[in-house]
Design a protein around this ligand. Structure first.
Ligand code: 4FV
Length: 231
């Protein structure tokens, strides 16, 4: 799977992808991440990528031209809504990024992530260039880069062959029936007087399976009742 990331801070992506699952996926050749500096597609000597909003207001906006030129240079023959690949604008106005969206993206051949900065991006990018806008949550970030890193991490884990044991991608939050993952413990069986539930020490796998489903429901009821309504 291939990710392209367009940003005014390419150096931002030096860190996040050098560790753990994503680094292993890159090393195994099942994941390729290309980071592009948006200023590459500017023509003035100040490499201008932003300008003031029409109608006034605080702050600056990313201009449409460098973003369009970037995408059309990275994917020259691409058309909107094309199968197998997507242009995605990270923004606070986007569709909410969830595990099911991560699964959707993991089935694609390639995703190009556009990282906003300043107060946002000229609306013509969302209207005429991006296949969709995506939000990682209802809060305002200083840029789309963190969102892009979140998307790449969540999707990379779902690429076949990336997680050592695929099983773990099946048995986790937001997979089985949209429930949160059940609580888990590791050694020691007693820590500061706090004991691991006996059923998990009993070795009766059917009992353990049933107990875990109920524990997952109980945790979901307590922490995310909204998920139960969705389920
Ligand atoms: C955001 C989010 C987000 C908005 C203005 C970047 C900022 C600035 N991106 N999920 N929430 N983006 O807040 O993805 O351009």
């Amino acid at each position: 799977m291939k990710f392209h990331v367009v940003t005014i801070f390419p150096e931002f992506f030096r860190g996040p992808f050098e560790h753990g699952v994503v680094a292993r996926a890159k090393a195994a050749g099942v994941l390729d991440i290309q980071v592009h500096d948006l200023r590459t597609w500017t023509s003035d000597r100040h490499k201008t990528v932003d300008d003031r909003p029409f109608g006034g207001g605080e702050g600056m906006l990313l201009k449409a031209q460098p973003v369009f030129d970037a995408v059309e240079s990275i994917w020259p023959e691409r058309t909107l809504g094309e199968a197998g690949r997507k242009v995605v604008l990270l923004s606070a106005q986007g569709r909410r990024f969830t595990q099911s969206v991560a699964r959707e993206y993991a089935a694609l051949e390639s995703v190009l992530l556009l990282c906003g900065r300043y107060e946002g991006v000229d609306e013509r990018v969302a209207e005429h260039l991006a296949d969709e806008e995506l939000s990682i949550g209802d809060y305002v970030l200083s840029g789309g880069e963190l969102g892009a890193a979140v998307v790449i991490d969540a999707v990379a884990r779902l690429i076949p062959g990336v997680l050592g044991n695929e099983a773990s991608a099946v048995q986790e939050s937001f997979t089985t029936a949209g429930l949160l993952d059940c609580p888990q413990w590791t050694r020691p069986a007693e820590f500061r007087g706090w004991k691991v539930p006996d059923v998990l020490l009993g070795g009766n796998h059917e009992e353990i399976r049933k107990w875990r489903i109920e524990a997952a429901r109980e945790k979901t009821r307590r922490m995310r009742p909204d998920l139960l309504n969705e389920a």
